[in-house]
Ligand binder design. Structure first.
Ligand code: ADP
Ligand code: DP6
Ligand code: CO
Length: 355
């Protein structure tokens, strides 16, 4: 029987508090601005990916949630796999007795245990898992930051899922993308009281993908260059300080303001993009009402490219918030969050772990 080499990994989702939106290079996936995110625990949301390589396979194939995707039709899948293979080829050059895995086709099977393409960062955990699986299979010596550059060419946000805890994606300036990578700002033990709650407003696939949406924004929005130039750099600094000081009120205000500005820029895109819906807006209003009622900024919402809310709060406030959301949004089709992921998510775990 021919040799089959196999690796299985899981990778976490990350939710940005300073949003990435806009590319300066769409092949290498280089962003117009730096971004910062929180990696969620893999206890609830994660991708699991198994990769196999064999000389008997005739081509690269990938199954996502059981359905086959056309690998050769996806530039980003091809780019991520090819980049990892190039690193494997370097290993093989150094060790002449190494198995020639870089020459063999791969079969990939990947499964998300949460809605795919619904604004819950499936492309982030998905490509982080793909690259981590390739790195495990190929026994690549590269660091997590170096591998984040490979994940980035699959999906920008994926570079941040190569780490747990608080992660910055430094936009970089180099045309070849060598300095556009993720770095860990603080690990998952830094702020254990911080928790995230996911409110699934809709698990439907979004109508405008993140990739397409941000491209139209870059081409048409007049507000967008102002955000990149005058707003994000200051917010990146302020956010890192708030995290370092575990200053929840500042962290929360910046998170909500940046989410709001990202969605404002989407509305300023032409034709406009509306990722949030009425339920999303009601949830945001409820968070502000809660903060006003308790007399402090106790909770923050943030929305990616979809209607689903992520609520950040400290553990001591999370029970009240869960009860409030459950009371105000009883499950009803299409009008309310149709699932609460069980209780506050204990935040962050290790980055992609080899299973
Ligand atoms: P999301 O908000 O979920 O990140 P995107 O529009 O950014 O949505 O990306 C969704 C796309 O990411 C999917 O259509 C698919 O092509 C890719 N993707 C999602 N999960 C995986 C996975 N586990 N493995 C490979 N690709 C994935
Ligand atoms: C709103 O990383 O999904 O979630 O690089 O084209 O794959 P591509 O886009 P993607 O964009 C994520 C946008 C966002 C904000 C963020 O995660 O920073
Ligand atoms: Co995405």
């Amino acid at each position: 029987m021919a040799a089959v080499f196999e690796a299985t990994v899981t990778a976490p989702v990350n939710i940005a508090v300073i949003k990435y939106w806009g590319k300066r290079d769409s092949t290498l996936i280089l962003p117009t601005n730096s971004s910062l995110s929180v990696t969620l625990s893999q206890d609830h949301l994660r991708t699991r990916t198994t990769i196999r390589a064999s000389p008997t396979f005739d081509r690269d194939r990938l199954w996502l949630n059981g359905a086959e995707e056309d690998v050769s039709a996806s530039k980003r899948l091809v780019n991520a796999i090819t980049t990892a293979r190039r690193l494997r080829a370097e290993v093989e050059k150094q060790q002449t007795d190494a198995v020639p895995l870089s020459q063999w086709p791969v079969h990939v099977s990947s499964e998300n245990n949460f809605p795919t393409a619904a604004g819950l960062a499936s492309s982030a955990s998905g490509y982080a898992a793909l690259v981590s699986a390739l790195a495990a299979l190929f026994e690549l010596p590269q660091s997590a930051s170096e591998l984040s550059r490979v994940a980035r060419v699959g999906s920008g946000s994926a570079c941040r899922s190569m780490f747990g805890g608080f992660v910055a994606w430094q936009a970089g300036v180099a045309a070849d993308g060598s300095d556009s990578l993720a770095v860990q700002v603080a690990d998952h033990t830094h702020w254990p009281e911080l928790q995230a709650l996911i409110l699934v407003v809709s698990d439907r696939k979004k109508t405008v993908s993140s990739t397409a949406g941000m491209q139209t924004t870059v081409e048409t929005s007049a507000l967008f260059p102002e955000r990149v130039r005058a707003v994000v750099p200051g917010r990146m600094e302020a956010m890192q300080k708030a995290i370092a000081e575990r200053d929840f009120a500042t962290f929360a205000a910046l998170t909500m303001q940046d989410s709001n500005q990202f969605h404002a820029v989407c509305l300023d895109t032409y034709p406009p993009i509306s990722y949030m819906n009425d339920t999303s807006r009601s949830i945001a209003a409820l968070v502000h009402a809660f903060n006003a009622a308790v007399g402090r900024t106790a909770a923050a919402y943030t929305y990616d490219a979809g209607p689903n809310a992520v609520i950040y709060a400290l553990e001591s406030d999370m029970r009240d918030l869960v009860e409030l959301f459950a009371y105000c949004f009883p499950r009803a089709e299409d009008t309310a969050p149709d699932a609460f992921y069980p209780n506050p998510l204990g935040l962050f775990e290790s980055p992609a772990s080899v299973g």
